[in-house]
Write a protein that binds this ligand. Structure first.
Ligand SMILES: [Fe+2]
Length: 199
């Protein structure tokens, strides 16, 4: 099954800055994603994107929400239409005249699957957070105290064990880190600190 999008242009440039409001975005999430675990993953990535945009990129609130919205909806069609991931959500956001950068961010969150290379800071950080957020969460579920007291070295140990969260592709993580220009340790530490807040 190929998920290649076979296109490189997304949305309409005249829609730059157009976003769903928070209620609309959460409505779409709840309508499309019934799997609670997947919803949690999307909320976790959304929170990481917002925090990174604010703290590391120094972006204003309007841009923080654009980053957050990309994270919140990046897997929106995976639950119901896995063979059309992420075509369906791209088309939905195009129909709703959403910001092309948000749509492109979603389209490039799996370059080896969708055939779209991350270009902007938003694209690259979404790619980077996607897999590492999942790996960190899997580790939290193994620990009796969850995220409390979690340390970088614990995650790194698991990261190096191929059998742990085996579906998390380490080569893609390294590729994402290189594209983003961020050290693996930096991003894992960031996730440990921020992800605990998302329930
Ligand atoms: Fe994801």
């Amino acid at each position: 099954m190929s998920l290649l999008l076979n296109r490189l242009a997304f949305g309409n440039p005249s829609n730059a800055g157009n976003v769903l409001n928070r209620d609309e975005a959460y409505q779409l999430l709840n309508d499309w994603v019934k799997n609670e675990r997947l919803q949690l993953h999307m909320k976790q990535v959304a929170h990481l994107m917002k925090c990174w945009a604010a703290e590391k990129e120094g972006l204003p609130e309007a841009d923080q929400w654009r980053w957050e919205m990309a994270g919140l909806l990046h897997d929106a069609d995976w639950d119901q239409w896995p063979d059309q991931h992420c075509k369906k959500i791209i088309e939905e956001l195009e129909t709703r005249n959403s910001d092309p950068e948000i749509i492109r961010g979603i389209a490039s969150h799996g370059p080896n699957h969708f055939g779209v290379i991350p270009e902007t800071r938003m694209d690259k950080m979404l790619y980077a957070f996607d897999e590492l957020s999942g790996l960190t969460h899997a580790y939290s579920l193994l620990r009796p105290q969850g995220y409390t007291g979690m340390e970088l070295k614990g995650i790194k140990k698991r990261y190096n064990e191929k059998a742990f969260a085996a579906n998390v592709n380490r080569d893609e993580i390294m590729e994402a880190m290189q594209m983003a220009g961020v050290e693996l340790e930096t991003i894992i530490q960031f996730i440990i600190e921020k992800q605990v807040a998302v329930k």
